[in-house]
Design a protein around this ligand. Structure first.
Ligand code: NAD
Length: 374
């Protein structure tokens, strides 16, 4: 079994496998081929891979001969065209947002596993790339906000006067939101939180933040822990309450997403008009449209005196740890589809294997992807 790691493109700084995991794969009789410089931007150089037992190879060899190719970003068609039928690609393929590409992978008879579609269960936690990367996004969002903000986060009593603590508002208390709460609290901010899932209230409060409750959220119990779209009445009530909080906030971190759909616009232009001069919004949902009416993906927008940073790629700003955690997720997933001797064993009875598999034997096999294709 040959596993291949390619150098990521389009500004992606992370790498899909790190030298420590190369060592572990060798113990499972998996040979690892690495494209020259694949880990450079994440500070894992070719020497480190070679010392771990990997072989440095040209991309063309990896694409044409590796049995499994690891990636972070979804593959381009040009890349897919170089991979022979029957081979496997594993990555964060974002299939719910790229149905046309998924059909292309199937037509080329490539077996694809997307680690962003595994079920969010306890057993799957060690392979949960959404969690390992969102944790970084939440942490970096707060640091970025602190660096972009013209005032202090903590409260200070100094001889030159008193400083009030920053008021941070967090919209969406999933993995990124919870980490953002913890980080903002560590910096001394006062934190308020909204989420459509009442189940997160206790976690929010245990981190020392205030949870703003809204009655009548849509039942998300059948959505695998994800949020679902809300009724017009709920949205109206939520908007009113967010408007009250946002007018007092200094920093807003938005993380609200609905898988396979555009992000909900939670911050309207009316709300932006009410924000304090110098306040900062970090929108982690920018890639799927953003949670504010003025967000632009990968751009910093100055709306009156409010700075809005639309960035869904914050994990790539911490590439060494992001790659390390991602590689461990990948390795844990591999243990499900490889035997101890390193040969392929696909058990589609396993809910994690089934949930991650997007295309196989020339067909789109993933139920969630099929549901967005209809
Ligand atoms: P996500 O990135 O899909 O969404 C971020 C948050 O935004 C969620 O908490 C969501 O409820 C919230 N949100 C969506 N629409 C909203 C709206 N209109 N207003 C306010 N908030 C809104 O979430 P995620 O971090 O990927 O987590 C999704 C679920 O998976 C959560 O229930 C999480 O606890 C669960 N989870 C489980 C495991 C596990 O057990 N293996 C691991 C990680 C996450």
């Amino acid at each position: 079994m040959i596993a291949g790691i390619l150098k990521e493109k389009n500004g992606e700084t992370r790498v899909s496998l790190v030298p420590d995991v190369v060592k572990q794969l060798q113990q499972m009789s998996v040979t690892v081929w690495v494209e020259q410089g694949a880990g450079d931007t994440a500070y894992f150089n070719d020497n480190a891979y070679m010392q771990a037992g990997a072989v440095i190879k040209p991309a063309a060899d990896i694409l044409s001969q590796a049995d499994i190719i690891f990636t972070l970003q979804p593959p381009s068609r040009a890349l897919i065209d170089q991979v022979p039928a029957g081979k496997i690609i594993i990555g964060i393929l974002q299939p719910l947002y790229r149905v046309g590409e998924v059909e292309y992978w199937a037509s080329k008879q490539i077996t694809t596993f997307s680690l962003d579609t595994i079920p969010r269960t306890t057993r799957a936690q060690t392979m949960d790339v959404l969690s390992s990367q969102a944790n970084i996004a939440g942490y970096k969002a707060v640091l970025l906000a602190a660096c972009s903000y013209s005032r202090y986060f903590p409260m200070f009593m100094t001889a030159a006067g008193s400083i009030a603590p920053a008021k941070v508002l967090i919209l969406g208390a999933g993995v990124a939101g919870l980490q953002a709460i913890a980080t903002a609290r560590r910096l001394g901010a006062v934190v308020e939180v909204f989420d459509t899932r009442p189940a997160v209230k206790e976690e929010v409060m245990s981190l020392g933040a205030k949870f703003v409750e809204i009655e009548g959220a849509a039942d998300a119990s059948k959505a695998g822990g994800y949020a679902v779209e809300q009724s017009a009445a709920y949205q109206q009530q939520q908007q009113q309450k967010i408007a009250e909080s946002i007018a007092k906030a200094d920093i807003v971190i938005t993380t609200a997403q609905i898988p396979g759909k555009a992000a909900p616009v939670l911050v309207t232009s009316d709300m932006l008009d009410q924000m304090r001069p110098g306040s900062v919004i970090i929108d982690l949902a920018a890639a799927t449209g953003g949670n504010t009416s003025a967000t632009k993906n990968n751009e910093t927008v100055h709306y009156r005196d409010v700075t809005i940073i639309g960035n869904s790629s914050l994990p790539a700003t911490m590439p060494a740890d992001a790659s390390k955690l991602y590689a461990k997720n990948v390795f844990n997933f591999l243990k499900l589809i490889l035997t101890k001797e390193g040969s392929l064993h696909l058990n589609f009875e396993d809910d994690i294997v089934k949930g991650a598999c997007i295309t196989h034997n020339g067909e789109v096999v993933n139920e969630r992807v099929k549901s967005v294709m209809q």
